[in-house]
Write a new protein. Structure first.
Length: 202
């Protein structure tokens, strides 16, 4: 049975999301939520439902951890990520950061794989933002990751020209630190933090 948490006067339910066992209607609602979340500023992205569905099926695999928030059955928020070697993630995100991350984290052996947990997606519908739902989703996903042993979490978010809500939240509320910055025309950054430091913040 999927793990569930109730909040906000019992109208919103947080639960673990398993793609392989998901109800087709819930998956469809998750796709709709994703499209609507990133359609507004600062992202202003237009996603085709088929493209989002393909992205979900690609990212939510056996090493992924995902949770969703539903209000009366409708998906209103989501968070997912996955365990990944830092150098593999570096190639995926198309920006160098792994060497610097390992240096800062004082990892002694360069030839050993250094696994991090990549927080791939975190989003809440605009009308549900500002109520702590994103923090609840992130905290639930973080607790799901307790058994992995990975000490570092990595995120990519937008800093310029208009910072995303998650950028300020990661930096100011959770203490994430900058590790890499894309070209100014891109506006995105890579941030990192220690998992144990996060546990006291969510």
């Amino acid at each position: 049975m999927a793990k569930k948490e109730q909040m906000m006067k019992n109208t919103i339910i947080l639960e673990q999301f398993d793609l392989g066992r998901s109800d087709p209607l819930v998956l469809e609602s998750l796709v709709d939520c994703y499209c609507a979340t990133f359609a507004g500023p600062p992202w202003n992205e237009t996603w085709a439902q088929e493209a989002v569905l393909e992205k979900i099926r690609k990212e939510l695999n056996s090493v992924s951890l995902a949770c969703i928030a539903r209000d009366k059955g409708k998906v209103v928020g989501f968070a997912w990520g996955y365990r990944c070697d830092a150098y593999v993630l570096e190639r995926k995100l198309e920006i160098p950061f792994a060497d610097e991350l390992i240096r800062r984290q004082s990892i002694p052996e360069r030839d050993l794989q250094y696994f991090v947990f990549y927080q791939s997606e975190l989003g809440v519908l605009p009308e549900y933002q500002g109520k702590g739902l994103g923090k609840k989703l992130f905290g639930m996903r973080l607790r799901m990751n307790m058994s992995s042993g990975d000490m570092t979490t990595v995120v990519r978010t937008r800093e310029r020209p208009e910072p995303s809500l998650t950028y300020g939240w990661y930096r100011d509320r959770l203490g994430y630190r900058l590790i890499a910055r894309y070209p100014e025309s891109d506006g995105r950054v890579i941030l990192y933090n220690d998992r144990l430091a996060l546990l006291g913040s969510v």
